[in-house]
Design a protein around this ligand. Structure first.
Ligand code: PGA
Length: 252
């Protein structure tokens, strides 16, 4: 894997934003999957600035949501759809007809997952996938111990993940839905290019396990080691337990 360590969170965001902007400039109709969570907020702020300053357009790109809570409508402020509206779709000019969300309220979740996989396939697969990593090593909502071979599917969330997401549901882990839809690991690994992004000391352990540990379902992110085009963007804190060779990228 190509591991890049930056001096600060804002330098990580700038590096990731550079890569996204370049990918869309080279292929305006690219299919992108971009994450929710705390980590990517700085990336979206940076992309908002670039869009204003450099007239970058996402109007022809396709956007795919990576995961969503089951039973939570897109209108609910805790949904990932709401997050994306707030931080991505207001900042970048994605065309509504090219935004592909997972409907966690669908009556037939398996059919919803199949529909979503079909939409990815019609775009010719994901060109660029940006992933965060959970402290337990999850990618998307593929939790440790899940069957990690499948496409988009419904999963049960671990207590630790529900508590990590409590802020979206009034601060109470018990109010976080127990299930979610997620791109499966096979969906993720079919992306042509993957960026894994992590910042902060709390991620150092899962980053080390994902990049340098054994490939195991106990650390879903470790399956990224099997992909041929993964770039890892870290700040010094998230990289602090790594013993693999890394490139330190100097940025202001
Ligand atoms: P975070 O979430 O960016 O809020 O840490 C990452 C994840 O759980 O995938």
């Amino acid at each position: 894997m190509d591991v890049r360590v930056f001096e600060s969170v804002s330098a990580v965001a700038s590096g990731v934003a550079d890569t996204i902007v370049r990918a869309v400039a080279e292929a305006p109709g690219a299919a992108l999957a971009l994450p929710t969570g705390r980590t990517p907020r700085a990336i979206y702020e940076e992309l908002r600035r670039r869009r204003e300053a450099e007239r970058v357009s996402f109007a022809r790109a396709h956007f795919f949501e990576i995961d969503e809570f089951v039973g939570v409508p897109a209108s609910h402020p805790g949904s990932f759809a709401a997050y994306l509206r707030r931080y991505v779709f207001t900042a970048l000019d994605f065309d509504a007809s090219r935004i592909h969300l997972l409907d966690g309220t669908a009556s037939d979740l398996a059919a919803e997952c199949a529909r979503f996989e079909g939409a990815i396939a019609r775009c010719g697969g994901l060109d660029l996938l940006v992933l965060g990593i959970g402290m337990n090593g999850h990618i998307g909502f593929n939790e440790p111990g899940d069957t990690l071979t499948g496409p988009t599917h419904a999963v049960s969330l671990l207590a630790s993940t529900r508590s990590d997401n409590a802020a979206l549901f009034g601060g109470r882990a018990g109010d976080v839905p127990a299930r979610a839809l997620t791109m499966g690991v096979s969906t993720l690994l079919r992306a042509a290019r993957i960026l894994l992004v992590a910042t902060g000391r709390a991620k150092a352990d899962c980053v080390e396990k994902a990049l340098a540990g054994p490939i195991t379902a106990r650390v879903p992110a470790s399956l990224l080691q099997t992909h041929r085009a993964v770039e890892v963007y870290l700040d010094r804190d998230a990289a602090s337990l790594l013993r693999v060779p890394v490139a330190l990228v100097d940025r202001p």
